[in-house]
Structures are given as C-alpha cells and as structure tokens.
Ligand binder design. Sequence first.
Ligand code: AMP
Length: 289
Amino acid sequence: MPAVVETIAGLRSQLRIAAAEAATASSPQPLVALVPTMGALHDGHLALVQRAQESAAIVVVSIFINPLQFGSSEDLDRYPRTVDTDVECLRAAGVQFVFAPTIADMYPTGPTQTRVVAGDIGAVLEGNSRPGHFDGMLTVVSKLLNIVTPDIVVFGEKDAQQAFLVKRMVADLDIDVVVETVPTIREDDGLALSSRNRFLDGNQRTAATALPRALEAAASSAGAGTDAALSAARSVLEAEPAVELDYLAIVDPETFLAVDAEHRGPALVLVAARVGTTRLIDNHAIHLG
Ligand code: AMP
C-alpha cells in the first residue's frame, strides 16, 4: 500500500526517510516527483503518475480538493470524493506516497492571507468564467511545492491554462522545480477524461462529444486560418443544443493571448461549455496556415 499521509509534518519526515533509504552512491539524492490532483482519479491522472514514475525515484500524489479555487456558486460541495478507490488505484500503480491533507491541515487559520496572484492571463478564459480560480490554484500549488519540495511536478495538458500559469509562476518566482506536462487522455470517442464526466447522463454524455469534435473541426480547418478554424468549431457546437458554450478561443501557446486573423503557426484552440449542470473544458494544438 502507498503510505497515506495526512499531515504536512508527517509527509516531510517520511520523505526524508524515503530519500535516505533510496540514496545510492551514484544517486545520493533521489529525485522526487509530485502529481497534484483533486482525487476522483481516472486514467488521465494515471498517465501523470506514470510520467512521474519515469522521471523520479520517489513519487508523491496529492489528493486535495482546494476550496480556495472554487467560486461560491461552483461545485465544491458536489465535487466527487472517492479517496478509498483512489488509494487502491494508486497502490495498483505502485505509488509510494499519497498526501491527502485535511482542509484544517492546509488552511489552519482559514483561507490564507497571502495569495499568489495569477496576473493578466489568470483573468481570461477560465479565469474570466471563474474569477479567483487561478489565484487559488497557484496558491495551493505553491504550498504543495513548499511542502514536498519535488524536483519535478507533473500537470496535464487537459488544463492548458493551468499548466501555462504554473510554468509562469515557477519562472517568475524562481521555484526550483521542473514542470512536466502530459497529453490529454481521451475516451475512444474523443471525450477528454474528467472527474466531472460521471455527472453526465446518457444523452449528455453523447452531446459532450461535441467538444472534441469541435476541436477536431478547428484542427482540420486551421490551414485556412483563425476565422475558418473558429467557425468550423462553432458550427459543430451550435449543432448540439444540449451544449451551452461558455467560450471558444484560439491562443498563442507562448503567451496565451488570443491570436489575430493573420496569425500563422502553432496555436491552441480552447473550449469550455456546460452540458446540463456539468462544466467541461478541452483544448487541442493546431497549426494555423
Ligand atoms: P484534477 O484532479 O482534475 O485537478 O486534475 C489533476 C491533474 O490531472 C491536472 O494536472 C490535470 O490537468 C490532469 N488531468 C485531468 N484530466 C486529464 C486527462 N484527461 N488527461 C491528462 N491529464 C489530465
């Protein structure tokens, strides 16, 4: 079984012991990788775990549903909590450490007074729809990085803006960690795996494939430029009445700023939509010609 550690002090001391045990003459300081999650694990999370295991001798998976990154009207209360199954799944994957702190461990005096501010890119797209989300996310990620002090931290490309902002924080604040990203794991019909997919009923689950289909349509039309890619994606989404579009955008992956009609080269098309009461996001790399 992985060690399931609930306290910050407990994790720090267990990691010190594990590092001493794993040390060898040629590798006196074994590498540590952290995979931050909110639990309700699926094969997407396990792809991150696998990357962490390929990159480091000691792997810590954190499971923490961070209240700081949920708005008051969001789904914090109904976010799936499946810790026992998660631990079993991490055991089967051979993970050594699960860090599952309580809210009181992470925020002993209530929400932190000190916050990481995500800046301009934290206020667009997901940040526009979820005000404060990225400040809360970066704040907890910086706490986790300070607790675990990993050499490597692994994020999914599924949450592209999150990964971009974490890389930016690490660069801006000179945090001594390598940020690795892993491609999105999908169902056979293209739907990106997500902890929230379990809320979709049969019809909604079918309708949700409009997101990856729209991204594919954008990719196929990208040779004709930004406007063609956007309108191809929009047509797919508009043909599916159960999908309520939040945003559809094409950004420059270097800056995360929306590209103009003349932009050529690599770009990222992003979509967020509500299907019933479930909010889904997805993205796809494209090449604007
Ligand atoms: P979450 O538990 O949803 O906060 O996600 C934890 C990590 O898993 C984040 O880095 C996500 O980007 C990543 N992740 C979530 N879904 C997928 C997926 N379908 N494929 C790859 N990574 C994912």
